[in-house]
Ligand binder design. Structure first.
Ligand code: FES
Ligand SMILES: [Fe+2]
Length: 339
């Protein structure tokens, strides 16, 4: 499934750049193959426009902001947050500005990121109650470019059968290849999958898990939000909550931004941010290595049914079905090329 070919996927919100970066903008961002420029308007709301001046096609992201407007660096044509041309510096002051506009997209600030939807959104940005809960801290954990497809990251996020293989150097127990089964509840936004995972707890993980026992468990409530977002809500027996939000923002076919936030109900003194990033980075990069080796264009596996031989992977099968249903409901077929 190539994300730029599936138009329905343009109707969802994706995190792009940090709000503080955009505030220092303008900044370019590529979303589903579309080159955008992001900046803040005079009302302090994010704006996302096509990164192409309608005069002589220069990239607007190479220009600058002036009182919440964006100025093209080539001849100074100036646009507002809706992409409307509001100033041509070469015109005499009494000359009317012709009606020109560059394309604009939906943009809003949430959880420290600017989220963009290329077309009318089909669903709101999902709620993260912990973001406004003083009992939790928010950590900007990862913001990285991966050469993989968003669906590959989502499959991986619910695939507990890879722990004993991909993660045997960190928390995976190579002697336990058969994971416990998920219990799954489908929802309007995707599904909620609950399970318990037995993990190894090496010394580097002690502050993260809140225990020095050699093994421990994670009680996981894992949510999937169509199409490419996941909330992994883990509770350790120590009472520590470790809630990972990750979104695979589709940049282009076979390329994503991994945007990952972490919420914890402990303090910096209990476990420093640096340590939380370092431990999860080791794990996440084990996934990156294998995911970058997968095919971004693989079909949704409805024909191959490989997961049918792997009883632990009901989430993968449901995910495929829901994505196909979504495409069909909007009059689209899945477009694939290689299989
Ligand atoms: S190309 Fe942008 S003002 Fe001329
Ligand atoms: Fe993994």
């Amino acid at each position: 499934m190539l994300t730029t070919k599936q138009k329905t996927l343009r109707h969802f919100w994706y995190p792009t750049l940090r709000v503080d970066e955009v505030a220092a903008g303008p900044r370019p961002f590529r979303l589903m193959g579309e080159d955008l420029v992001l900046f803040m308007t005079a009302e302090d709301r994010p704006a996302a426009l096509e990164d192409r001046c309608c005069h002589r096609t220069a990239k607007l992201s190479k220009g600058w902001c002036d009182a919440g407007l964006i100025v093209c660096g080539y001849h100074g044509w100036t646009y507002d947050g809706d992409g409307v041309l509001v100033r041509i510096p070469q015109f005499d002051p009494d000359r009317a500005i012709p009606k020109h506009q560059v394309r604009s997209f939906h943009a809003q600030a949430r959880y420290g990121y600017v989220w963009v939807a290329l077309e009318e959104p089909l669903a709101p940005i999902f709620d993260i109650p912990e973001d406004s809960d003083p009992g939790f801290r928010r950590i900007f954990q990862f913001y990285e470019t991966w050469q993989t497809a968003p669906l590959r990251l989502m499959e991986n996020s619910f695939d507990n059968a890879h722990f004993a293989f991909v993660h045997q150097a960190t928390f995976g127990d190579a002697k336990q290849p058969k994971p416990r089964v998920y219990s799954i509840e489908e929802t309007d936004y995707g599904f909620k999958a609950t399970t318990v995972v037995d993990i190894l707890n090496p010394p580097a993980a002690h502050a993260v898990t809140g225990t020095s026992d050699p093994t421990t468990t994670r009680s996981m409530v894992n949510h999937w939000y169509l199409p490419f977002a996941r909330r992994m809500d883990m509770t350790y027996p120590s009472g520590i909550r470790h809630i990972i939000i990750n979104v695979a923002t589709p940049v282009a076919d076979g390329e994503i931004k991994l945007v990952q936030l972490l919420y914890r109900n402990d303090t910096e003194a209990d476990c420093p941010t640096e340590k939380l990033i370092a431990w999860d980075a080791t794990i996440v990069h084990e996934d990156k290595e294998v995911l970058e080796s997968t095919s971004p264009d693989a079909i949704l596996d409805v024909q191959r049914r490989i997961e049918a031989h792997m009883p632990s992977d009901r989430p993968g099968l449901i995910m495929r079905k829901r994505l196909l249903d979504l495409l069909h409901a909007h009059g689209e077929q899945e477009v694939t090329y290689q299989y």
